[in-house]
Design a protein around this ligand. Structure first.
Ligand code: FAD
Length: 462
């Protein structure tokens, strides 16, 4: 990035909002993949108009623009793999409006998801998407990845709650998509196209969110199994029995081992799998569902059931679940972390496959996650400095993807494609469909300045 460009960027932002020192750029060089690429500069805009001016300049001089929320992405979406300007949304994190009568909120994209949820609680409202990273990830990043969380089994994912957007195109034009009403079918649904586009089509500058009333009650259960197959088989059976939990999460034996030291009352050593199950709703609904669920589990007679007695116990169970992702690194220094989805009745096939794969390739492979919607986090643990082991890990990743697709599943439920899965996109998406996606990309971004190197395959697998 030459001096002239830096001068023009400073003129748009003011001198305190353009970072060029090595240590400042390094702070925006990484994400949860553990990979790192240094940007040429980092912009900290405060308005949509500044972002429009930055992107216009990028389009004129043809330098890459990389939108960045909190940098917690798991597939490299916020990494400046080709250098360029990182646009950080760190200074755009206001709640602009909470409309309680119409149950919507308007927010800036840098707002942390958990902060919005805490603010809505005061109004008796909720924004359901609850990624495990909610204490630090941003709503803009959630929108760009279409984040999900445990509550997706009952409430759905980010795209079900974003009803409108303000966004800046690669040309610097500002568009407004969607509605702020319950219904609306005017024109093409650009909101849905942009959600999950991983910063490759536009930069979101405002989000209009649909809200729900906060449920009055919740009950939390922990089921311990001596067989992983039994635990995963029960998942589809719970939902077929007419029960609708708002959480249906599982952890296998190795995932339990990784969080064991964080639990004040850890499960017995012979426990092979845990299911975390919650019901929410009105007090009556929760009491009725909990009773039905307890009877259902007792009749199955293949696990031990514990109900959280109080808020403290519930928090502890959740702490274990939410900390698995970083905790697994106590087992091995690196991981290949995937978030595949299979039809939930096929989860037992997937976990059996993982056991065979681990055995065959002599790797430590663990799984946990959103069993209720079939979105399973598979972590292939390894030490990347051991080249031969890393190769086996990559082999396991490809075999996992092929198996998941053979079950009618999909490569990613919530983490997106980024750089880590881009090479595998053609496994799932047929050539005419991929070609149409590429033509859309070119239409939105003719000069390829928006988050280049992401989603479409042109980088080596990592
Ligand atoms: C411990 C841990 C647990 C996690 N658990 C979950 C989980 O349960 N569910 C889940 O879905 N994910 C989870 N993730 C992954 C991650 O938190 C999500 O993908 C999250 O949505 C990323 O948000 P972010 O603000 O960190 O985005 P970033 O990592 O900064 O960016 C992610 C993508 O969004 C784009 N982007 C960011 N802001 C904008 C914007 N304003 N306009 C356009 N594009 C933008 C970036 O360019 C990039 O492509 C987890 C991550 C960690 C580290």
């Amino acid at each position: 990035m030459n001096k002239q460009i830096l001068k023009e960027l400073r003129a748009i932002l003011g001198k305190d909002s353009l970072l060029t020192a090595w240590e400042e750029r390094a702070c925006c060089s990484y994400d949860a993949t553990g990979q790192s690429f240094l940007p040429d500069a980092v912009a900290l805009p405060e308005t949509t108009e500044q972002i429009a001016a930055l992107v216009r300049l990028a389009n004129e001089y043809r330098f890459p623009v990389i939108p960045r929320g909190a940098g917690s992405g798991a597939t490299g979406g916020a990494l400046p793999v080709k250098g360029g300007l990182v646009i950080s949304f760190n200074r755009m994190r206001r709640i602009l409006e909470i409309d309680t009568a119409n149950m919507i909120a308007v927010v800036e994209p840098g707002l942390v998801t958990g902060e919005l949820q805490a603010a809505l609680k005061q109004h008796g409202l909720m924004y359901p998407p609850d990624p495990a990273s909610l204490k630090f990830c941003s709503l803009g990043g959630n929108a760009a990845e279409c984040a999900g969380g445990p509550s997706a089994v009952k409430y759905g994912v980010t795209r079900d709650y974003i009803i409108g957007l303000e966004a800046v195109l690669a040309t610097g034009e500002i568009i407004k998509t969607g509605v702020r009403t319950e219904k609306g079918v005017v024109g093409y649904d650009l909101t849905r196209l942009l959600i999950g586009s991983e910063g490759t089509l536009a930069l979101f500058t405002k989000l209009i969110l649909r809200l729900l009333p906060l449920p009055a009650a919740k009950s939390t259960f922990l089921l311990s199994f001596s067989s992983l197959a039994e635990a995963t088989k029960l998942v589809a059976e719970i939902l077929s029995a007419g029960l609708l939990p708002c959480t249906l999460e599982y952890m296998d034996r190795t995932a339990i081992a990784a969080v064991r030291s964080r639990l004040s009352s850890p499960p017995a050593e012979d426990v092979a799998a845990l299911l975390l199950v919650e019901f929410d709703g009105s007090t009556d609904e929760v009491a009725q569902q909990s009773k039905q669920f307890t009877a259902f589990v007792e009749q199955k007679n293949n696990c031990s059931l514990r109900q959280a007695a109080n808020e403290e116990e519930t928090t502890e169970l959740w702490q274990a679940r939410r900390s698995i992702s970083p905790a697994v690194l106590s087992l091995r220094p690196h991981k290949i972390a995937e978030d595949v989805v299979v039809p939930r009745s096929n989860i037992p096939d997937l976990v059996a496959f993982l056991e065979r794969l681990a055995d065959e390739l002599q790797l430590l492979i663990l799984s946990f996650g959103h069993a209720g919607d079939g979105n399973i986090h598979v972590n292939i643990m390894l030490d990347k400095s051991n080249k031969e082991e890393h190769q086996r890990g990559l082999q396991a990743k490809e075999r996992l993807f092929r198996f998941v697709l053979s079950l009618g599943g999909t490569l990613s439920g919530e983490h997106g494609i980024g750089i880590t899965k881009a090479a595998f996109l053609p496994l799932e998406i047929n050539p005419p469909t991929l070609e149409l996606m590429w033509r859309l990309k070119q239409l939105f971004d003719p000069n390829g300045i928006l988050n280049p190197g992401k989603v479409f395959p042109d980088l080596p697998v990592t």
